[in-house]
Structure formats: structure tokens, C-alpha cells
Design a protein around this ligand. Structure first.
Ligand code: CUA
Length: 312
């Protein structure tokens, strides 16, 4: 069960958590310092310069106290740059998954979280992950904007329709942690919750092996044939009337309009749903759209299959 005892901050259960909290406490400390400083000076000056007090010097200041003016520009500038640099560093480390992270696919919809592990094992509203291993979440929404939020990991990222977004974490404690949707997404937004279960790596392997696993690339291959993609995009035979799919993933693709795009997951997804959006140089826009015929999970499988034709 999730420990819901009272605490000011959620527990720290990922490598991000202590680092995010440190910045948070720094900001809190700065705010407290200036609040106390300013409040004290207000009280002090209101007493010192109260009406009727003839003991104080009230002559208007002459000229510019240049040192003071420089100080009140430089000090806030330095403080804000420190906050900016620190925050930007944390942001990049939180949203740039390390190479070799374990991949989990997330499809959000009103109102549930669907997860699929690289082995193919699926789960809904509960995500099992191993301890001490970076986990990368690649996320997309089937409808409106959702936001995946695991307070104990200090991880929050919007899940958008029409585009993959990613985040990652490395759990540092075993146990069960809350998972929330942090973007108002309709009537049952507040019930779009779940949990992340962090297990010892060996336990996790056992858990993973106990379910039904079909590699997404295998499911994608079947789909590729069912949808008759193969009738043009023969994976093994290069046909002249359509661009090849073998070895395409991650490569630069030259388009008819002269631009070059990288064949990443977003590009492949777009090319399946809206083939004429980015026509490959030297080809006609002949491919029909598969919008409405495949759902997000099937798109992920198709992309996994195309990816598998590149990675050995
Ligand atoms: Cu999904 Cu709020």
C-alpha cells in the first residue's frame, strides 16, 4: 500500500528527487531571506522616520550613489542567473534520457494510463519498474492533453496528442508510489490516477516473464502485413514506387521540397497518418492515409517494426 502519512514534501524515491528538492529549498531560502530583510527594514524605517521625529537627517540625497546602483543591478542579476543555470541543468537532466535506459511506452486517454514494456508486457494504471535502472517513458495521448506526474520521483511531463514526448527516472527505493494526471483533461481527470511499483531487479525480471509478452516489433510486422503496407513497402525487395523502410530509422530523409528531416518516431508516425505531409524526394504522394485505421498503440507497434529493420 502507498504510505500516505502526513509530510510536507513527497518522499524522495528517484535520483532526480534530492536534486530538485535542493533547488526548491534554495529558492525557498532566498525568498525567506529577502522577505525577512525587507519586512525588517520596513518596520525599522517606519519607526525611525516616523512623523515628528526630529532626531533624523531628512536632507534629500545629492547626486547618484553609483556603487549602490551597480550593486542593486548586479546582485539580483547574479542571483537570477544562478537560479536559471541551476534550473536549466536540472531540466535538461530530467528530460534527456540517458542512453541505454529501459524503454516503456505510455498511451494516455480519457481516463487511463496504458503502459507497454519493451518485452511487450502491458499494464493499465500500474507501472512496474526495476530499482536502480534508468527508465525512459515515451508518451502520447489518444485524445486531449494529459500530464504524467509521479511526485515521489519529481517527474512531470505533458502527454500530448499527435506528438511523442519523453521523460525518464531512476528509482532509488522499492515500494509503491502515486501516479497522477496533472493536466485537467475532463470529467474524470481527478480519477486518472495509478501507481508505480518499484521492485528489486530480479523480482522485476520474474514479474516481466510471468505475463504475456509479444515484442511490439513482432506485432508491428503482423500489422504491416494486415494493412497491406508490404504490398508497396516490401521490406526485403526495394521497389521503385515507394521509399524503402529498411534502414530508414534515425537517418536523414531528403524531401521533395528540398528539406531534410530525420526519420524519427514522430516522422514515421506522421508519414503513416498523413503521408502527403512530407513527401520523400523522387516519389509521388500515392500512399493513402491510415488516419482512423490504426490507433496509437498500433502506430507504436508499426514504428517498432520499422525500427527493428534498422537496428541489427
Ligand atoms: Cu488526464 Cu487529467
Amino acid at each position: 500500500m502507498i504510505d500516505d502519512g502526513f509530510r510536507l514534501l513527497p518522499e524522495q524515491a528517484s535520483t532526480h528527487a534530492p536534486r530538485v528538492d535542493l533547488l526548491y529549498f534554495f529558492l525557498l531560502g532566498m525568498a525567506a531571506f529577502f522577505t525577512v530583510l525587507i519586512a525588517t527594514l520596513i518596520v525599522y524605517f517606519s519607526i525611525k522616520y516616523r512623523r515628528g521625529n526630529t532626531q533624523v537627517d531628512r536632507t534629500p540625497s545629492q547626486g547618484h550613489p553609483i556603487r549602490l546602483e551597480i550593486a542593486w543591478m548586479v546582485v539580483p542579476f547574479v542571483i537570477s542567473m544562478v537560479i536559471f543555470g541551476w534550473g536549466a541543468g536540472l531540466y535538461f537532466s530530467a528530460y534527456r534520457p540517458p542512453a541505454g535506459a529501459m524503454e516503456v511506452r505510455v498511451v494516455a486517454k480519457q481516463w487511463m494510463w496504458k503502459f507497454q514494456h519493451a518485452s511487450g508486457r502491458r499494464e493499465i494504471n500500474t507501472l512496474h519498474v526495476p530499482l536502480g535502472q534508468p527508465v525512459k517513458l515515451t508518451m502520447i495521448s489518444e485524445d486531449v492533453i494529459h500530464s504524467l506526474y509521479v511526485p515521489a520521483f519529481r517527474v512531470k511531463r505533458d502527454v500530448l496528442p499527435g506528438r511523442y514526448s519523453a521523460c525518464w527516472f531512476e528509482a532509488t527505493r522499492t515500494g509503491e508510489f502515486h501516479l497522477f494526471c496533472a493536466e485537467y483533461c475532463g470529467t474524470n481527470h481527478s480519477r486518472m490516477t495509478g501507481s508505480v511499483v518499484v521492485m528489486e531487479p530480479s523480482e522485476f525480471e520474474t514479474w516481466l516473464g510471468s505475463g504475456r509478452n509479444e515484442l511490439p516489433a513482432i506485432a508491428g510486422k503482423r500489422l504491416f502485413e494486415e494493412l497491406r503496407c508490404a504490398s508497396c513497402h516490401q521490406p526485403d525487395v526495394g521497389l521503385a514506387r515507394c521509399p524503402p523502410v529498411v534502414g530508414i530509422f534515425g537517418r536523414g530523409v531528403k524531401l521533395a521540397d528540398g528539406a531534410t528531416v530525420t526519420a524519427d518516431e514522430d516522422y514515421l508516425r506522421e508519414s503513416i497518418l498523413r503521408p502527403s505531409a512530407k513527401v520523400v524526394a523522387g516519389f509521388q504522394p500515392l500512399m493513402p492515409s491510415f488516419d482512423g485505421q490504426v490507433d496509437e498503440e498500433q502506430l507504436i507497434q508499426l514504428i517498432a517494426y520499422i525500427k527493428s529493420l534498422t537496428t541489427p
